[in-house]
Ligand binder design. Structure first.
Ligand code: ZN
Ligand code: ZN
Length: 372
């Protein structure tokens, strides 16, 4: 399950939604290797390097090293003026031995270089899907994920605008692995949903998702203080066989105090749930400690302490025993939007991806974008 929870969870810095459905940019620029002094590139066929001084170099198949030099940037024995592009003749270009669709763009980042993979949105989603969902799941669940990953990408194209690209390749945006990670089933899901996105009120919907909800999805207002009509939370009931639907974890009390250092917490005596959301998650936690009492947002507590160990902020019990705190809880992830294991369960019961998306994002509309 390591792959499934790499989703881009925090769309807090929402981009100005200036993209209309019928004029969507065809290509996306993904920052794949950032702030390095050198990297290797190459292709199994010829590739062309073009720089800003209109220099054009043709390389025959093989590997070339691009490195920062005293004059700027150098590829083999040639100096380059950035930005520069590296375009393959057969549609596959390598960066540090990993293959990518589209082409590479090199840009300056302070004294170093960053490598951007420019490719079509559809090819990008193909490189994302195997990292964000388990590719052996039922096709309708994969198709639902394809629509939400595409929508998420198009809704967040300006996340790295200041750095000179659209998306990064990590959990901050969506994990993107390039051609190396593509598999037939997820590619099929992308092809069968080509251009399809979810919208609400003429704008891209915020298609947040998580691994499993533990029974009910939740409203983002408890986590991030914003709301959307299609993210009020729904009863799920399809994810009861998911791993971590119930979980237990022991955490050292001193570690919790250390992780919450900004709150000046002393030796922890007890932690209590303070208030519950409509889905049964904890709103806040009251920490009783040697310096007094501290109230913390339960979701932020999870992120600050250890989001891998504390799988969710739905706590069935929190018990203290000496220096250890024992947590018992339900579900995995932030509980907002689509429950991936719920989508899997629905797909196995014969629901289509459209039904799955309608269920978890009620009131949204499925539309097909037109690329410019
Ligand atoms: Zn990012
Ligand atoms: Zn669920």
């Amino acid at each position: 399950m390591k792959k499934i929870f790499t989703c881009a969870v925090l769309a807090l810095l929402l981009c100005a939604n200036a993209y209309s459905i019928d004029k969507v940019q065809k290509n996306v620029a993904v920052g794949i290797i950032l702030d390095v002094s050198s990297f290797t590139t190459g292709s199994s066929k010829d590739f062309i390097v073009s720089d800003s001084s209109k220099k054009q170099l043709k390389f025959t198949k093989g590997i070339a090293t691009v490195a920062c030099s005293s004059k700027g940037v150098r590829i083999d024995t040639y100096d380059l003026v950035l930005p520069a592009t590296i375009k393959p003749s057969n549609g596959v270009i390598f960066a540090n031995s990993k293959p990518y669709a589209g082409y590479l763009k090199l840009i300056k980042s302070d004294q170093k270089i960053s490598i951007i993979n420019v490719l079509t949105v559809e090819d990008y989603v193909k490189g994302v899907l195997p990292k964000e969902i388990i590719s052996t799941w039922a096709i309708e669940a994969l198709k639902a994920q394809a629509v939400i990953s595409r929508t998420y990408a198009l809704n967040n194209l300006c996340r790295h605008k200041r750095q000179g690209f659209n998306m990064c390749a990590t959990t901050h945006c969506q994990v993107y692995g390039g051609l190396q990670d593509e598999v037939h089933a997820t590619n099929q899901a992308v092809q069968e949903t080509q251009g399809e996105v979810l919208t609400y009120d003429g704008k891209f919907a915020q298609t947040l998702f998580h691994a499993n909800c533990g029974g009910r999805t939740d409203n983002p207002k408890y986590l991030w203080k914003w709301e959307a009509p299609y993210l009020k939370g729904v009863k799920c009931g399809y994810c009861c066989k998911a791993p971590h639907i119930k979980w237990e974890q022991e955490i050292d009390a001193n570690l919790i105090s250390k992780k919450l250092a900004n709150n000046d917490i002393g030796k922890i005596k007890k932690i209590k749930v303070k208030g519950k959301t409509s889905s049964g998650a904890a709103k806040e936690l009251k920490i009783i400690h040697s310096k007094g009492k501290t109230i913390v947002n339960a979701y932020k507590f999870r992120l600050a302490v250890d989001a891998q160990k504390i799988k969710s902020h739905v706590f069935d019990s929190i018990k203290t025993n000496g220096d250890k705190i024992y947590f018992k809880g339900k579900g995995w992830g932030h509980k907002v939007g689509l429950c991936q294991w719920g989508a899997k369960g629905m797909a196995e019961k014969g629901k289509t991806y459209k039904k799955i998306l309608e269920y978890f994002y009620p009131g949204t509309k499925m539309e097909t974008v037109i690329y410019k």
